[in-house]
Structure formats: C-alpha cells, structure tokens
Design a protein around this ligand. Structure first.
Ligand SMILES: [Zn+2]
Length: 281
C-alpha cells in the first residue's frame, strides 16, 4: 500500500459532480400515459414459472405489468426491439443516467446506436422503500443476472436454472432456435423487485430479502414494439442464495394492457438516436 500524499484529505474532500445531469433528457409525458392507461384493457397474460423464464410481446403504446403472486420473488428482465434483436436494453447506460435503481418516471434505454427509451416505468408499488440503512434499494441495474459460468467458477458444477439459462431457453423457444443461437442476445437485466446495493466497507455487490409481497407490481409503458423475457430467479426473494434449488421460488405474472388508439393521439415512438455515426472519420 502506498503512503497517502500530504494533501490526501484535501483531495478526498472535493465534492462530486453528477456525471450525467438528466435535466436535458427528453421527458416522458406521464399524464398522457396515465390518461391512456385509464382506457386500457388487458390483452395478454403470461405466467412465468419458478426457476424458469417466459417471453412476452408488448407493442409500442401498450403497458406491461410484472406482478408478484403467491410469494416474494425476484425477476430478471430482458427487453429487445421486437423487429431487431440487436437493439436491446442497455443496463450500464441506464444506470449512468438514472442511478443504481429505477422507479416511476425513469426509463429503460436501448443499446447503441439506437439509444432511445424502450420502456418507461409508470407505476411502482415499492416506491416507498427508498434507500435503506445498508444502501440497499429495489429494481436495480447494477447486477447482471445469475449465470452458470460465474456459478461454475465460484462453486463448480453445472446448474441449468440460473436466470441467464432461463432467459436463453425462453428466447430459443420463441425464436424456434437452439440455446446457442439465443444466448448471444441475452443481456444484463433490470432486476425487478430485487433489493441490492454495494457494501459500504468493501464496495461489494450485495442482495437482501426483497420487500416485495404478493400484489406488488412494476408497470411499464412500451415506447417501441418490444419482445420481453422474464426469469423468475432461482434465488426466490434473494434473501440467502441464488444459483441453486434451495430457495423458495414463486411464479411471476406478466400482463399486457392495450389503451384505446385515440388515447395516445400526438404520441409517436421515439426515433433512434440522432448521432450521425461518422465518429469523426
Ligand atoms: Zn437470477
């Protein structure tokens, strides 16, 4: 360990600057979404079995809701542009823009070069939780997804029901292809209902029992035509461990609601990002 310089304390005491002030980000019209939602009817429903995943479609202008049913359960969510799977949820940039955990009014942004809102959170029954004394909060974009590769490194063995594998199987079924074809499309998730943070002393990623209870939900407005996949994590409420069959696991409910067409008059899906992609060449 190196000796601190004489002005170490002065350097540490410099105040931080927010990397990406969001005041100039295009703002969602939440009141328009709310009035459209009031006209919406349920048009689809998918039950995600425990330790497994399922896909769903949410057309642009529809709403989709993820609900805890039966017992506390965490879900790992992937989103793609339904017409082009190369445009997918970008958890890292979403984190840079909105912070470590998402709630109402915040958006799931897509990968480059599209980089536009894919979905906007319009309701979150866990918004009361805030940030607890450990620095934990819900619906994070800091974790990646539990996966069999990390599990193999840390514990050995072959576990096939990590969220990564669940999402891979679900997407393969949807595409009518093999897991090897589907796997490259699976990406870092929004951890729905998961309660996580970084330990203050070592900066390590932590999880704790989710505060979610049956009936709690997170609801989104689909900004573009979406293909979604949701895994009911083998960690259950993630109070103890994941990547095993020991935790109590429960299903998750995904519902899609379609508003009356006239309710979204004046609204159009966001265009792909305006950068010209010449990169100065
Ligand atoms: Zn998981």
């Amino acid at each position: 360990m190196n000796q601190p310089p004489e002005d170490a304390q002065a350097r540490r005491s410099i105040a931080p600057v927010v990397c990406y002030p969001v005041e100039t980000l295009p703002k969602p019209d939440l009141s328009l979404y709310a009035s459209a939602r009031a006209t919406a009817r349920k048009t689809a429903e998918v039950i995600v079995p425990p330790r497994d995943a399922a896909t769903f479609s949410a057309p642009a202008g529809s709403f989709f809701r993820i609900t805890s049913v039966e017992g506390p359960q965490v879900g790992d969510l992937n989103l793609w542009n339904a017409a082009d799977l190369s445009e997918r949820f970008y958890s890292g940039k979403t984190r840079a823009l909105h912070g470590t955990h998402l709630t109402t009014g915040e958006r799931m942004w897509s990968s480059f070069p599209g980089m536009r809102p894919m979905a906007t959170i319009v309701a979150d029954t866990l918004d009361w939780y805030g940030i607890d004394g450990f620095g934990g909060s819900v619906h994070d974009v800091i974790g990646t997804r539990c996966d069999p590769y990390t599990h193999n490194l840390l514990s050995g063995g072959q576990y096939h029901h990590c969220c990564h594998s669940n999402l891979t199987r679900a997407l393969a079924d949807h595409l009518g292809g093999t897991p090897a074809e589907a796997e490259p499309h699976v990406h870092d998730v929004l951890n729905v209902f998961m309660c996580t943070g970084f330990t203050r002393d070592t900066g390590q990623y932590f999880m704790k029992a989710s505060p979610v209870r049956p009936g709690d939900y997170l609801e989104f407005f689909a900004e573009i035509d979406l293909l979604g996949a949701l895994s009911a994590c083998p960690g259950g409420d993630c109070s103890a461990e994941h990547s095993s069959d020991t935790a109590a696991c429960h299903p998750l409910l995904v519902e899609v609601f379609t508003p009356e067409q006239s309710a979204l008059q004046g609204w159009t899906p966001p265009a792909p990002n305006g950068y010209d992609r010449s990169h100065g060449a």
